[in-house]
Design a protein around this ligand. Structure first.
Ligand code: NAD
Length: 380
């Protein structure tokens, strides 16, 4: 537990039904003359979807824009290079990301290479950015990664298949938009995957060595909200209350890990995502019960508390037995939202494990894990 800490998040965060309509006014207030919209082809193709609604609001106040819609899941270096070219060719002066974590990270990555040098691989790590990014707003459409609020930019090097992170306060969007109405049509499997990412992003900071009292409160409320609403959001995507609670959980989890960091679930998920181009939330969810079971010995009381927060009855149990119940609850959540149990489902191959384990221990998220592991343990 940290007693002295800095706490970072965007300075303005719009939340609630219909807030997307405010983005045009906000672009004007920020003096954006020609933002580059960074998104993907599917979101752009949606009738009255998140991109269409963003553009309508900009058009209503006469803000011109250019679109880059080439973002791929687990965004690649080629995406940010392409987006940079579109930005420069069209004299853009700012960036608006529309989508889930991939669009936000691609937008941040584009901003990074516009102002901090073209080779983003040299900027991997913590606080490596010397110059501010162009003004950036983030319209979030999944619940979700929290990237619309965070200082993290996760990019995949398509040549080495390594996912790396540029962590800097300069990456934090100026303004975030979280409108649950933009998420009603997220399909069930994507709701499950992104919702499990939110769950993990509330659990890992709760047991992180960098946690503090503020992030603890955020994690507790985020976990409760996920327990209350994720199953329903997966089963009935048009339940606005469930979607709204998942967005609240997403924001709380995003704020928590932005300030308390994560652990081995994310450090390992980055290897699976980079190596096999697998959905990030699925990678995190598959690893969650296994990694946290391994972590229990380092923080049994925290895991016993987690069990209670997750709604388990721990009355009369020893700390260790109560802690084990938290793992049971995590496993149950994964099963209920149909997360595959084995990483074979995403094509993982044992011959890749050694290298992935080595890279796990170098990943920025590994350092705040409550238990320090060896390469052999990670392989296991
Ligand atoms: P995503 O952004 O990759 O989107 C997945 C798919 O969902 C896309 O095909 C997209 O078109 C579709 N989609 C998005 N919104 C939709 C909507 N409202 N309706 C219908 N379809 C929609 O998924 P994600 O899980 O949000 O992001 C994953 C990426 O974020 C990974 O690369 C991960 O490493 C990264 N990440 C970043 C941070 C951070 O703080 N920067 C944190 C966690 C994860």
């Amino acid at each position: 537990m940290k007693e002295n800490f800095d706490f970072l998040m965007p300075s303005v965060n719009f939340f609630g039904k219909g807030v997307i309509k405010k983005i045009g006014d906000r672009a004007k207030m920020l003096n954006m003359k020609k933002p580059l919209i960074v998104t993907d082809k599917f979101l752009r193709s949606m009738d009255n979807g998140p991109v269409a609604q963003t553009l309508a609001s900009l058009e209503a106040v006469g803000v011109p824009y250019t679109i880059y819609d080439g973002v791929e899941p687990n965004p690649k270096i080629r995406n940010i290079q392409e987006a940079k070219k579109v930005y420069l060719d069209n004299d853009c002066d700012s960036i608006i990301t529309v989508g889930g974590g991939s669009s936000h990270d691609a937008g941040k990555g584009t901003g990074i290479i516009l102002t901090n040098g073209d080779d983003i691989t040299k900027l991997a790590g913590i606080e490596t950015l010397q110059n501010p990014l162009p003004p950036l707003m983030a319209v979030n459409t999944t619940a979700g990664t929290g990237s619309e609020l965070t200082r993290h930019c996760v990019i995949t090097n398509e040549k080495t298949k390594l996912k790396f992170v540029v962590v800097s306060w300069r990456n934090i969007p100026l303004v975030s938009f979280n409108d649950p109405m933009l998420m009603l049509d997220v399909p069930a499997s994507l709701t499950a995957a992104t919702g499990m990412d939110t769950f993990v992003q509330a659990i890992e900071p709760y047991v992180s060595t960098n946690r503090n009292e503020i992030t603890d409160g955020q994690c507790i409320q985020a976990i409760k909200l996920v327990e209350e609403s994720l199953r329903e959001a997966v089963a009935n995507g048009h339940n606005i209350e469930a979607r709204t609670k998942m967005v609240e959980a997403e924001m709380l989890g995003g704020m928590a890990f932005n300030n308390a960091d994560l652990g081995y679930v994310h450090a390992m998920a980055h290897q699976l995502g980079g190596q096999y181009d697998a959905p990030h939330g699925v990678c995190c969810a598959m690893l969650l019960p296994i990694v946290e079971k391994y972590n229990i010995v380092a923080a049994p009381e925290r895991f016993a508390q987690l069990a209670k927060i997750m709604g388990e009855n721990t009355d009369g149990l020893s700390t260790r037995d109560a802690a084990d119940l938290s793992i049971k609850a995590m496993r149950q959540m994964c099963d209920d939202v149909k997360i595959p149990r084995s990483i074979k489902a995403i094509g993982a191959k044992p011959e890749d494990f050694e290298l992935m384990a080595e890279n796990t221990l170098k990943d920025g998220n590994a350092f705040s894990n409550p238990r320090k592991g060896t390469k052999e343990e990670i392989v296991q």
